[in-house]
Design a protein around this ligand. Structure first.
Ligand code: CAA
Length: 259
């Protein structure tokens, strides 16, 4: 795969996507989205990839939002299309059957925070800053920020951040549950890899099923309890379940085939 705006690598079964436009603080333009979609396709379909970490290039910014220079002359129709395309690709991240961790290494603003919130888990370095500053540009968030921020931190605090466009520091984001963990800049990638390692120690098919169950809670017209019952039942036909229960009874560590 030949990418210009992202870096894509796989080490020991863990893929890493680095948004790589450091001169623009890794702002998301059309090309980033199209390359991100291609990389996600690989994450979905390559059996050897067990999880994904998404980060930003450099030590200042994770992603400073959608590329403002790209959309400044857009029409109403182009604006809506930009939003729908970004939402579609972030939904691919959210629905990924492999766990996705955002390693937030600096500014996570606008579309950058929206991307981080579409990941399953978020770890931030202590220099990270979070916000939805779109109202200051005369627009709303467009990649699901009004919805996912409210899901993650509740309506009151979400309204405050969305209406003021204020920036949060990493420790405040931790208290709100916007991030799962805060580390030093130096320890960020190791912390993300360690967390991924813990997830990759358990049954991959069960991990995918849990992601589907949790996402069902947020899907209109879907009864998440029903989804859970169906997913629970499906586990009984997996090799992972056989291995997990057998290993328990044989008092040994399970070696999950991921099927
Ligand atoms: N789009 C395009 N370029 C951006 C950018 C963005 N979102 N954010 C930063 N850049 C560019 C700057 O224009 C600048 O480029 P030049 O050197 O060519 O002028 C370069 O990155 C470095 O940025 P600054 O000089 O501004 O760096 P700073 O340290 O002084 O400030 C910052 C950092 C506070 C993050 C500031 O860059 C900033 O406020 N950026 C914009 C943040 C923002 O409003 N994000 C929301 C975008 S809209 C959106 O995301 C909509 C949506 O939901 C779909």
């Amino acid at each position: 795969m030949n990418f210009e705006t992202i870096l894509f690598e796989v080490n020991s079964g863990v893929a890493k996507i680095t948004i790589n436009r450091p001169k623009a603080l890794n702002a998301l333009n059309k090309q980033v989205f199209s390359e991100l979609e291609e990389a996600m396709n690989e994450v979905y379909n390559n059996f050897d990839i067990k999880g994904l970490i998404i980060t930003g290039s450099g030590d200042k910014s994770f992603i400073a939002g959608a590329d403002i220079k790209e959309f400044s002359e857009f029409t109403v129709e182009q604006g809506e299309e930009l939003s729908r395309n970004g939402m579609r690709i972030f939904k691919i991240i959210e629905d990924s059957p492999k766990p996705v961790i955002a390693a937030i290494n600096g500014f996570a603003l606008g579309g950058g925070l929206e991307l981080a919130m579409s990941c399953h888990l978020r770890i931030a370095s202590d220099n990270a800053r979070f916000g939805q500053p779109e109202v200051g540009l005369g627009v709303t968030p467009g990649y699901g920020g009004t919805q996912r921020l409210t899901q993650l931190i509740g309506k009151g605090k979400s309204m405050e951040l969305l209406l003021t466009g204020a920036m949060l520091k990493a420790d405040a984001a931790l208290v709100l549950g916007l991030v799962n963990q805060v580390t030093t800049q130096d320890e960020l990638m190791k912390a993300a890899q360690d967390l991924m390692g813990k997830i990759n120690n358990v049954a991959p098919t069960a991990v995918s099923a849990v992601i589907r169950c949790v996402n069902a809670f947020y899907t209109d017209g879907v009864d998440g309890f029903n989804t859970e019952a169906v997913e629970f039942g499906k586990c009984f036909a997996t090799e992972d379940f056989k291995e997990g229960t057998t290993a328990f009874m044989e008092k040994r560590k399970a070696n999950f085939p991921g099927k």
